[in-house]
Design a protein around this ligand. Structure first.
Ligand SMILES: [Mg+2]
Length: 423
């Protein structure tokens, strides 16, 4: 029996303030949900993971928590088989509000992930080494992030205007980009599209290109466009894009857009589990895969995916959802340990209220669009119990239990319907 045997797991759902960010399925609700997973050892250590906080996901996490008791933090390679065993066919259907197909593989990966994070955090603490070191060493001293621009309202209905203000046209997007670049120093820009007519969104990309001629640009319409629309806009934007993220749904459509435009196609929607990879390779559907420790099963499976991408000459970037500091720390460690991470990582970090978190992120500050890779043992973040209690209270006092961007939009604009492709 390991002295560091897992003897307790705590799962705490939390809610934090989120601005009205528009996307292809609706608009972000006033609160975003996360679950904080604490894995305790008999030796008194605590490993941390952060994941989705939706009600259906919490149920699966609870089952997984029982299954990992008695394990050693070094049993991380067995997490997938142990956890998928107890989920026993319940891991299907949408449980996280993420866009794109919710396959059972993706769901299992999203349940395994916070435990993988906590186990590596524990390994690092036991060994006195940062997580990137336990994962095999770092390939860089700082990890670059991209600005993640959104069309947005000035405010949630009835609330005060947030510090970012309104962005509903190309000028608003350029203003938002300027503020983000000024404050964080980002050297890449990504626009979340699929909100307005594709021509208007192409105008916004061209306005960004004119305002920031040296910065690489990406657009991500989340599959809101048909193949024909994706090809038309792709041909117009051509060289302006470093990659074209999920303009259309599905491997066949992505393959056709790639062939007809010659622009590298990126995805976090049509390749979301290993089972999708053979067909994606056969069709040459994607040239960049966005890894994400939160649904690929954690750090090790994400590194495996990056290694597989290298075999096939596919580039690697990183996906993001609204997140707190444990996720940010994990993204930095994984980003440091991934040899072929060829693009700046996505992050929703600037959209968060800096006063709201469940850990101190003093060692994870942005400078010149990047975060310096830290040297403290484990993930390098420690739970602030008082802050965790506050955000848990916020969760308890709200009625949101599952992310529902479409339902929230319909409560404001009753005629709104989710259609894909919309254009
Ligand atoms: Mg995406």
């Amino acid at each position: 029996m390991s002295r560091h045997e897992i003897n307790h797991v705590a799962i705490t759902p939390v809610a934090f303030t989120d601005p009205p960010l528009l996307n292809a399925v609706g608009v972000h609700e006033p609160l975003a949900l996360r679950a904080i997973v604490e894995v305790h050892t008999a030796s008194g250590l605590i490993g941390l993971g952060e994941t989705y906080g939706d009600a259906g996901h919490l149920e699966l996490l609870t089952k997984a928590a029982d299954a990992v008791k008695g394990a050693s933090p070094f049993d991380v390679g067995r997490l997938w088989s142990v956890i998928s065993g107890v989920l026993d066919g319940t891991a299907s259907g949408s449980r996280t509000g993420l866009m794109g197909p919710e396959t059972s593989g993706k769901t299992i990966g999203s349940v395994v992930a916070p435990f993988d994070s906590a186990f590596y955090d524990l390994q690092g603490q036991i060994l006195g080494e940062p997580v990137w070191s336990v994962l095999g060493g770092k390939h860089r001293d700082k990890v670059d992030f991209s600005a993640y621009l959104f069309y947005k309202w000035a405010t949630h209905p009835g609330a005060e205007e947030d510090r970012w203000g309104q962005a509903l046209d190309p000028a608003g997007i350029v203003r938002q980009a300027q503020k983000m670049v000024d404050e964080y120093g980002f050297k890449s820009l990504k626009l979340k599209g699929g909100v307005f007519a594709p021509e208007q969104e192409a105008d916004a990309i061209e306005a960004l290109r004119d305002a920031f001629p040296s910065l690489p640009l990406r657009v991500d319409p989340n599959g809101a466009w048909s193949v024909e629309t994706s090809v038309r806009i792709g041909k117009r934007l051509g060289e302006a894009l470093e990659y074209y993220e999920d303009p259309t749904m599905g491997l066949e459509g992505m393959s056709e857009v790639a062939r007809r435009t010659g622009i590298p196609m990126a995805t976090n929607m049509c390749v979301v589990e290993t089972g999708h990879i053979p067909e994606a390779i056969r069709l040459n559907s994607v040239q960049v895969i966005l890894i994400d420790q939160h649904y690929w099963g954690g750090f090790r499976p994400s590194l495996n995916l990056a290694a597989l991408s290298k075999v096939f000459g596919i580039g690697v970037s990183m996906h993001s959802n609204s997140h707190l500091g444990i996720s940010l720390a994990g993204m930095v460690h994984l980003g440091a340990a991934t040899e072929n991470l060829t693009y700046a990582l996505d992050t929703h970090w600037p959209w968060k209220d800096p006063s709201e978190d469940i850990v101190s992120t003093a060692d994870f500050q942005f400078a010149d669009g990047a975060i310096r890779v830290p040297d403290k043992p484990g993930l390098g973040v420690e739970l602030d119990r008082e802050a965790l209690g506050r955000l848990h209270e916020k969760y308890l006092s709200s009625s949101i239990r599952t992310r529902n961007d479409t339902g929230y939009m319909q409560s404001i604009e009753p005629g709104y319907e989710y259609v894909a492709p919309r254009w």
